[in-house]
Structure formats: structure tokens, C-alpha cells
Design a protein around this ligand. Structure first.
Ligand code: DQA
Length: 143
């Protein structure tokens, strides 16, 4: 589960948009939800595009599903899109807020076209829904 720039600042960053829970709360929520679904979730965050691209390559090489909140990279990073296009397992794009209901520049996702699907607008529950989608795809043997 990969998280892009500024997401480590959850809880203090624009709480009216992203809520009061911290990044550590998000990690605990994801690990817990994964455990209940018989999955193991590794949750990472970076502000660095190159590091994010390397993590995506690693997941592709290891044939691992990716749940990614690309944060601002969503809207402009062709490098991240090209990395995600190499995926070898399902890829779920998640957002805490609903970018389609926000500023114009957030209406474009350059990664959505290479994702299996996108879940946005449900707060931290977006991540839990994405884990459920991955568990379902595994059960359907689509991973
Ligand atoms: C976000 C939405 C993006 O537009 C923004 O740049 C973020 C967070 C979300 O989770 O709602 O950093 O991906």
C-alpha cells in the first residue's frame, strides 16, 4: 500500500478535507483490515517520486497487488503512470477525498487509465474498500 507526498502529515494537514486521523492511525487501520481479510499489508509513504517509482517496480517484479494513493502525483506524474503500467497484479487507485468534487486540476488522474479501478471519497474507508477489492480478486483467482 503506497502513499504519495504529504500523506504522512494526515491529522495535521487540512483536517477539514482529510480528517483528524494520523498516518499511524491509517497504518494501523490497514494492517487490521488486511488481517481480517487474511492478507498482509505493507504500508509505505514517500514524498519522493523516484522512490515511489522504485517501489512500483519492486511490486511488479514480485507480482504483488498495489493499492496506491498517489496524492498529488496522481495529477501529473507520467513517470509514475509508466511505472504502474508495468504492473503484474491488480492495481487499485485510492483517494481519501473525492478529487472530482474539488479543484479543476484534481479532476485529471494520469494513473487511472492503468489501474484496475479507483476508490475515492470515502475517507480512510477508501483503503479498507480497496483491500476488500484485492481480497475479492484473489478469491476469484484474478491475482
Ligand atoms: C488525495 C487527493 C489529491 O488531489 C491530493 O493531492 C492528495 C490527497 C486524496 O487522498 O484525497 O494529496 O490523493
Amino acid at each position: 500500500m503506497l502513499n504519495g507526498p504529504n500523506l504522512r502529515r494526515l491529522g495535521t494537514r487540512e483536517p477539514d478535507v482529510y480528517g483528524a486521523a494520523s498516518f499511524d492511525d491509517l497504518v494501523a487501520l490497514c494492517r487490521d483490515a488486511a488481517r481480517h481479510l487474511d492478507l498482509h499489508a505493507e504500508v509505505r509513504q514517500t514524498d519522493d517520486e523516484a522512490e515511489m517509482v522504485r517501489w512500483v517496480h519492486q511490486a511488479a517484479d514480485e507480482r504483488l497487488p498495489i493499492i496506491i494513493n498517489p496524492a498529488a502525483f496522481t495529477h501529473y506524474s507520467y513517470a509514475l503512470r509508466d511505472a504502474l503500467a508495468q504492473r503484474t497484479a491488480p492495481l487499485i487507485e485510492v483517494h481519501i477525498s473525492n478529487p472530482a468534487a474539488r479543484e479543476e486540476f484534481r479532476h485529471t488522474s494520469v494513473v487511472a487509465g492503468v489501474a484496475t479501478g479507483t476508490i475515492a471519497g470515502f475517507g480512510l474507508m477508501s483503503y479498507v474498500l480497496a483491500l476488500q477489492a484485492v481480497a475479492e480478486l484473489i478469491a476469484e483467482k484474478k491475482v
